[in-house]
Design a protein around this ligand. Sequence first.
Ligand SMILES: C[S+](C)CC[C@H](N)C(=O)O
Ligand SMILES: N[C@@H](CCS)C(=O)O
Ligand SMILES: [Zn+2]
Length: 334
Amino acid sequence: MGVLFEAKEEQERAGLLEDFIQKAGGCAVIDGGFATQLEIHGASINDPLWSALCLINSPHLISKVHLEYLEAGADIIVTSSYQATLPGFMSRGLSLEQSEELLEKSVKLATEARDLFWETVEKIRDHSYNRALVAASIGSYGAYLADGSEYSGCYGADVDLNKLKDFHRRRLQVLVEAGPDLLAFETIPNKLEAQAVAELLEEENIEIPSWICFSSVDGVNAPSGESFAECLEVINKSKKIVAVGINCAPPQFVHNLIHKFNELTEKVIVVYPNSGETWDGVAKRWLPSKCFNDEKFKVLAKRWHDSGAKLIGGCCRTTPSTIRGLSKVLKKTN
Ligand SMILES: C[S+](C)CC[C@H](N)C(=O)O
Ligand SMILES: N[C@@H](CCS)C(=O)O
Ligand SMILES: [Zn+2]
């Protein structure tokens, strides 16, 4: 492929998201904690598959949560596939075919909810909704390990670049085949996995625009201790990644990290922090710490937008009520 063609292709991919952001008024609102809202509806997900368990036993809850976030004003909804992996499903006795079907189902449930919601609101003359995009969630290797390592980046000495690419490859292919609008790599804790993702998108010639989000536990670096300057080096070179940022880190870190990312990249900046609680990977529960209520989140979200973030939402322990507030304040400022 010629260099000029590649550059054009890159521009088009970034352009799609930028046009969408423009249409949404300069900032697109992402949904909030998906697993959190499933739990609010009674899902029991204290399990190695975490929220992906609902793809097997309660898909109706997944549709319900998508509709709730759409109604709350999300411009982008993220699929239920964060911890949905082929080895994870197969370890529960499912065949490869059944496991791939569950991945496809995660995209189908989201697109169906989006289409149903849009059909309904289109009939209302003065509604303030945009037709939402569906981002397929691709959780980190640490999410699959289910040991909290998406917040440490400690994958062990046997995990190298090829192992991470192999882990992500087939799931990525299946999710892409299911036709989401975007790909959301979430809670990436180290540079090695960022590199694996960037190389894989290239090797597989993925045409769907991707964002990649890191977690952070100190507000300065990636959880592995590597600097974001190091992590973003590889991302900046990728034509396939159109947005980069932070998810599932405490809200109080986000403002400074946006400033840092502004200096490190020209890509769109995406932030969707959690409520400020801390995940106990052993007990598999959230520990209360400096927690931000919806009002505080709203105030901060406006600051994040003013600092340059153009995709803003919430992660774990945020809810449709957080997103409703966020949507009001972000859309009002434009
Ligand atoms: C984003 S974390 C709270 C997801 C759950 C974690 N991967 C675990 O399984 O323990
Ligand atoms: N999309 C996932 C991210 C977990 S960190 C969720 O909201 O449950
Ligand atoms: Zn989260």
